[in-house]
Design a protein around this ligand. Structure first.
Ligand SMILES: [Zn+2]
Length: 214
């Protein structure tokens, strides 16, 4: 079986995603890249029900190399992110607070310095229908410049990482930051950190985990 370890890891993180509530039902999808191959969660399948045989292995054009199931509908987005970044793993969620920010804002205002863990101020990719090449292009743009996460207008969030565990961790940080902003707005006008304040926090060493070859 190609990418056997990676497919097992997809199952483990898939279960964690459901346990932590960042996805519901068959929403959300995840993938791991090794060289020119990608193991990705199958279309229409609940992540907690995946077994290692389920995720198809595809090449960088999206063609299935091994597996009987159809790759996730968001395969174009995953492939576009792999083209843009050196990330070996991607986690896409429909987490609640991320979806709230993605439905209302054009970026996630940096009200907490933990945004540095995601590479800076998180952008909201312009809306396009789910699963389309247009959405892939918009998300790719929002991820440019070393970002580890982006939101997708009226949809959800996406995160990358040094491995699948790190990508999942970044998805949780994104959801936490969005939750803090939503709650802050409910009691007042949140104060965004200035560029200078973020720069000083970055000087203390807060940055994303390096990707391979970085
Ligand atoms: Zn989605």
């Amino acid at each position: 079986m190609l990418l056997a370890d990676e497919r097992r890891e997809l199952c483990r993180i898939g279960r964690r995603m459901v346990e932590t509530g960042v996805v519901l039902g068959a929403a959300g999808n995840i993938s791991v890249r090794r060289g020119d191959l990608v193991a990705i969660s199958p279309a229409g399948m609940r992540l907690e029900q995946m077994t290692p045989e389920d995720p198809p292995v595809i090449d960088l054009t999206g063609a299935v190399v091994e597996g009987t199931r159809e790759p996730s509908s968001e395969t174009p987005m995953h492939l576009a992110i792999y083209e843009e970044t050196r990330a070996p793993a991607i986690v896409h969620t429909h987490s609640t607070h991320g979806a709230v920010i993605a439905a209302t804002m054009t970026e996630l205002p940096p009200i907490h310095y933990y945004t540095l863990l995601l590479g800076g101020v998180v952008r909201v990719a312009e809306y396009a229908t789910y699963g389309t090449p247009e959405l892939a292009v918009n998300v790719r743009k929002a991820m440019a410049g070393g970002m580890r996460a982006a939101l997708m207008a009226n949809h959800g969030g996406v995160a990358i990482g040094a491995d699948l565990e790190d990508a999942f961790e970044n998805a949780l940080i994104l959801e936490w930051l969005c939750g803090v902003y939503v709650r802050a707005r409910s009691i007042g006008e949140p104060r965004a950190l200035t560029d200078e304040q973020l720069r000083r926090a970055a000087e203390r060493g807060l940055r994303p985990k390096p990707l391979p070859q970085e």
